[in-house]
Write a protein that binds this ligand. Structure first.
Ligand SMILES: [Zn+2]
Length: 554
């Protein structure tokens, strides 16, 4: 493509110039120019470009090599991108960064492929841990170990006899304890199950070590909270490094607390906040936030208060989503609700009236309908021009759900990597239902604005894995699930960039490479448009830029 053929999009050409901030862009020479690139801008006015100029953390010009290099002044750094593909930074609209960062900091990552490997990892941690302290594991997934069975009390006792051990499942709704842990939690074979939870017994009537849902509470009560304010900050630092190296430049924390908000701000002060955060606040903390006069949008382009989060039903990976049709092979199991319609309404109405965006977790079709009932009622009672109601996950849909979402312009945040990464769990839903799950094709065709969302730790976050999963609908073993929901590479990038910005009311600030927007981008080792879709996940992220600075370089 001839350089001169490309028009340059410079900020100075915008007729809206006039604010002090905008004038400073026009006066300032670029700090940085990236040239010789294949920029895919996601800006319909100039979809492809060769070069960008950056000043003060924002793009000030986008266009051909000739036009942009022409803007260079004495102090401008010029970086030859060597014909690499450059995309806007990816926005993971629903994930749990602060919490997962703390888990990585303090717990044993049990995302391993055999029980023996998990035992070895726990044993190694126990050797470095005083025996009165807990050894905690996370991200264990029974469907991903070669053993074909779950962890047992005996496995854990054999690995770690002296320390209390609790390993939580990746899906978050069950955990596995050793004998020392059961003893500290005062759970024995005669302990009755709590309502909404189980201490599982094996066929001989002995405790198996597996506990689920509300039966986890007695353990949480006796596990001391060891995280200091420094740990909170360090957790953010760690996860920000992990995520930005996969191409993510912005995250939505889907279940934040005031302490998480503080952690993001602390990490920013110490220079460790490598990505931008839109932090949802759980309904349990909403009164404190409203009392402080805070609402959605408070903050700036680095740390911003998001919507209020509620949870309507169970999990897809944990097979507890509330469905209209039972789980395959479990004719009486329709999953579980987590809140009544009245509860969702009560908190939703209060927060919405105080200026909050609403984001409600709903996976199953029945739960989604419940959330739509609540949103429609609130919308009637408090009409607002641009509410951007969100349904977090919004996994299993039907035609009537789509019609109702269209009329309210509801934003869905479906799991981006589940088909690829959690394929072995899809059998519980079945091929027919998969045609209506993670329904990106249907959402886009209906004119809705779905986002990219990992939900890490339950789901994996690399941006290229999201692309592959969404484009191919094929799992790691090559099995296709719901091929009717495939979208194109171009659409998947759109979903992962501008739609993420829209979901946080920031579409004028980020999500595309255009003058005036934040200089967040990712340089890829290969071009996703030329890649075989079945190997998109292997495209290396070579560099990630946030606000004009490299936050990751391979
Ligand atoms: Zn989540």
């Amino acid at each position: 493509m001839g350089g001169a053929a490309l028009p340059v999009q410079a900020f100075a050409k915008f007729s809206t110039a006039g604010s002090p901030q905008q004038e400073s862009f026009q006066r300032t020479e670029p700090d940085l120019i990236l040239y010789n690139g294949h920029f895919w801008t996601v800006d319909p006015r100039l979809p492809r470009a060769q070069a960008v100029a950056v000043s003060g953390g924002r793009f000030v010009a986008v266009g051909s090599n000739d036009d942009v290099l022409h803007l260079a002044a004495g102090r401008t750094r010029k970086v030859d991108v060597a014909q690499k593909t450059v995309l806007p930074g990816f926005i993971d609209a629903h994930t749990h960064p602060a919490e997962s960062g703390r888990l990585h900091l303090r717990q044993v990552d049990c995302d391993l492929r055999s029980i023996a490997a998990i035992q070895a990892a726990l044993r190694e941690r126990a050797a470095k841990t005083p025996s009165d302290q807990w050894v905690l594991g996370f991200k264990y997934d029974d469907t991903k170990t070669s053993d074909g069975r779950r962890l047992t009390l005996q496995d854990l006792d054999a690995a770690v006899p002296d320390h209390p051990v609790l390993v939580t499942h990746r899906g978050g709704h069950e955990a596995f304890a050793n004998s020392a842990a059961l003893k500290l939690a005062k759970v024995d074979e005669t302990t009755p199950n709590p309502t909404g939870g189980q201490f599982e017994h094996d066929s001989a009537g002995h405790l198996s070590g597996r506990i689920n849902e509300r039966a986890i509470e007695p353990f949480n009560k006796v596990i001391p909270s060891i995280n200091t304010r420094d740990d909170y900050r360090e957790g953010v630092k760690l996860i920000a490094k992990m995520m930005t190296r996969t191409g993510i430049t912005s995250v939505g924390d889907a279940l934040g607390s005031p302490e998480d908000l503080q952690a993001y701000q602390d990490a920013r002060d110490s220079g460790d906040l490598l990505f931008r955060v839109y932090c949802f606040i759980h309904s349990s903390s909403i009164d404190r936030m409203i009392a402080a006069g805070v609402r959605t949008g408070f903050g700036d382009e680095w740390v911003r208060v998001g919507g209020m989060k509620q949870v309507a039903d169970g999990a897809i990976s944990g097979r507890t989503a509330r469905l209209s049709q039972p789980y395959v092979g479990h004719p009486n199991d329709y999953g579980t609700f987590s809140a009544t319609e009245e509860e969702l309404y009560e908190y939703g109405h209060k927060a919405y009236a105080a200026g909050w965006q609403l984001g409600t977790h709903a996976n199953g079709d029945v739960a989604i309908e419940r959330v739509l009932n609540v949103y429609e009622r609130i919308n009637r009672e408090i009409p607002r021009k641009d509410p951007r109601f969100r349904i977090e996950h919004c996994t299993v849909i039907n035609d009537s759900i789509i019609q109702r979402m269209r009329s309210l312009h509801v934003i869905p945040t479906p799991f981006s990597t589940y088909v690829y990464y959690h394929g072995e769990k899809m059998q519980y839903y079945g091929e027919e239902r998969l045609k209506h799950m993670f329904a990106l094709r249907t959402f886009l065709d209906a004119g809705l604005r779905p986002t990219q969302a990992s939900d890490y730790p339950p789901g994996e976050f690399p941006a290229m894995m999201a692309l592959q999963s969404e484009v191919t609908r094929t799992d790691m073993n090559g099995r296709v699930w719901g091929a009717n929901q495939c979208i194109s590479v171009e659409e998947a990038i759109f979903v992962g960039t501008v739609n993420g910005a829209y979901a946080s009311f920031e579409e004028n600030l980020k999500g595309s490479i255009e003058p005036g927007k934040l200089a967040d981008l990712v340089v890829l080792g290969r071009d996703p448009f030329k890649e075989d879709p079945s190997t998109l996940v292997t495209i290396p992220v070579e560099r990630t830029m946030v606000g004009g600075k490299w936050v990751y370089e391979s």
